[in-house]
Design a protein around this ligand. Sequence first.
Ligand SMILES: [Fe+2]
Ligand SMILES: [Fe+2]
Length: 315
Amino acid sequence: MNKTENTQIKQNEEKAEERDLKELLRSRIKDIDSIPTIPAILRPLLHYMEQTVDQIEVQKIVELVSCDESITAQCLHMANSPLFGRTHEVDTVRGAVIALGVRKLRDILLSCLLVRLAPKERWAMDPVIFWQHSFGCALVSRQFARKINYHDPERAYLAGLLHDLGEVVNCIFLPEEFRATVEKACTEQLPFFEAEQATLGLTHCDSGKMLAQHWGLAEELTSVIFYHHDVEQAKLHPVLVAIVSLSDTLCRMRGLGYGFYEPKQTDFLDDPAWRILTREYPHMAEFDLARFTFELDEYTLQVRELVSSIFSKGS
Ligand SMILES: [Fe+2]
Ligand SMILES: [Fe+2]
């Protein structure tokens, strides 16, 4: 057998392995609803996240929170936290909605639920670091969206929060293989998607898309989840994908990454996401990126407090 034939056989075997892994993941994801850690209230909540604040009935949020005892306790705990500007003692869910406002309570509720998706012991990495990155990206995406006058900053928040959901899927459904990925990323200081491609033959973008479709998430969110590391391929909602992609990079550069140093430096002006936004918003040419980056340090503290507050309540 000559060298070319050998290489061909090896490539075919690798492709078959990759296909097998994707098939395996697909079949495991079908069981996602059977996992008791996924609360039934997540689906309706994601639906409310899609609506503007004035469309949401306070009573619906109260009912959602109240149907789960531990979520109720967690929301009350957070409503009474100085982190959320508590002014007086709150001891009912309705009181929490009034004190915090529908938007904040909705964000808190979603945060608590997402953190419960995978129990701590199933994580191949520190879940606190993962959620800090996700909440950081949500806040930065919303703030970035506001600064450039994107029409729906709340959508940007949700997209930022969910962009790496595929990491949770990999953790739950491919725990052993994902452990090897985390190790490779940390020791070789690689971005996760590169380490995943090398060890799993798929990335969190692939598994995140499967979950997004399985849950019936909105098309924009699915697009962000699938294309945030390959922005130029996003034919649908490229602006939202670009906002989240840049926010993700900013977070990884400003101490809200995955807890290890990623040496790759990005030239933002040369980033495809930046080019997409400049085309859409010509005023981006005057955007003071250095100043915005500096402002982000304020979020770092806020995000760390938020996540440790969720975890301290024993999610
Ligand atoms: Fe990612
Ligand atoms: Fe990310």
